[in-house]
Design a binder for this molecule. Structure first.
Ligand code: SF4
Ligand code: SF4
Length: 320
């Protein structure tokens, strides 16, 4: 039994699923960036991307459910050839579903993608964009040279299209620490971001979500390389907050990989913790009935301490 499961047991907490409310689809590992903290190990040379056949199977499955939100992530989800097709098909469903694009911003200014922001606005897609700091130095250190300047230009473009201003065009930013520490309080950081981005760049946005870096993928390798993995793990364990359990994203999210395989969350996905049938063969989205998922036990590991530390961390930021 992993240390997280032991902790839950010691506190008589049972971590089980509620009703699925969000389908989070990780369409692949292809990305134009190679950020230090990336838990997906994404990058420009990765070949794992979703095919149209898989997109169609996911949409056909979704059409028979009442799941109201589809959250596209990656890599840079915009880079798969069928990104627009995916969103168009989701929006054609009856009833239509809300779409979230998890965007690294810089992709919106790359050749071949410059009309993408307009497309997203036309589909009323919500944008959740990574922006680990409002200072150039910190962003470029974590995400690469020039990423800050590109992100600022992309945010200005989104504002021009009405993002962050029109209530139907929601624009949220995501902060994650630039090192092995927990994020600061979300509301205070949000005020700082709003003040600084408005003052220096005239940028507005809706909410700031603070996320904790989970010790997996490239971030774990970075910690290991600096001999800080154990120390960071202990920091997360010591900050365990049982009040976060109720709001953990794995309770209402179905996470799907680029081949259609199913997980409890995107972190479990990167660790290969796919759901399995009793014969241990892997479960794919089209194998499951969303009405039968309530009370299903969630698969955990030591990395889960990243979601329950301090104010907690989920796809929608702090939990408590
Ligand atoms: S953190 Fe996001 S933008 Fe950075 S490499 Fe990973 S997927 Fe790409
Ligand atoms: S990593 Fe977080 S979201 Fe995923 S199963 Fe663990 S607690 Fe849940």
């Amino acid at each position: 039994m992993n240390r997280f499961a032991q902790k839950l047991r010691a506190q008589s907490i049972s971590l089980r699923r509620g009703r699925p409310e969000l389908l989070q689809v990780n369409v692949g590992k292809l990305c134009n960036l190679t950020c230090v903290h990336c838990h997906v190990n994404a990058g420009p040379k990765r070949k794992e991307i979703m095919t149209r056949e898989t997109v169609d199977r996911i949409i056909d499955w979704l059409a028979n459910t009442e799941i109201p939100i589809v959250d596209l992530t990656g890599g840079a989800p915009e880079m798969i050839p069928d990104f627009r097709y995916f969103i168009e098909r989701v929006k054609e469903l009856q009833p239509s579903r809300h779409v979230i694009d998890r965007c690294n911003l810089t992709i919106l200014l790359e050749d071949g993608y410059r009309d993408l922001a307009e497309f997203l606005a036309s589909k009323k897609a919500e944008i959740i964009a990574s922006m680990p700091c409002y200072s150039a130095e910190n962003v470029n250190a974590q995400r690469g040279d020039g990423v800050f300047e590109g992100s600022i230009a992309a945010l200005q473009l989104l504002n021009l299209l009405g993002y962050g201003i029109d209530p139907e065009l929601q624009l949220h930013l995501v902060y994650n620490p630039v090192g092995a520490f927990l994020p600061a309080a979300q509301t205070e950081l949000e005020s700082d971001y709003k003040r600084e981005l408005q003052k220096y760049f005239g940028i507005v946005f809706n909410r700031l979500y603070t996320l904790t870096n989970l010790p997996i993928g490239r971030f774990a390798a970075y910690l290991r390389h600096n001999d800080r993995l154990d120390e960071y793990m202990q920091l997360l364990i010591d900050a365990f907050n049982p009040a976060t359990i109720e709001g953990l994203m794995c309770r209402n999210t179905i996470s799907v990989g680029w081949r259609g395989e199913v997980y409890d969350c995107d972190f479990n996905q990167q660790l290969g913790m796919q759901w399995t049938h009793p014969d241990e063969s892997g479960i794919f989205l089209w194998d499951i009935d969303p009405d039968l998922l309530e009370h299903r036990q969630i698969m955990t590991g030591d990395h889960c301490f990243g979601c329950t530390a301090g104010a907690g961390s989920s796809c929608g930021g702090a939990i408590v």
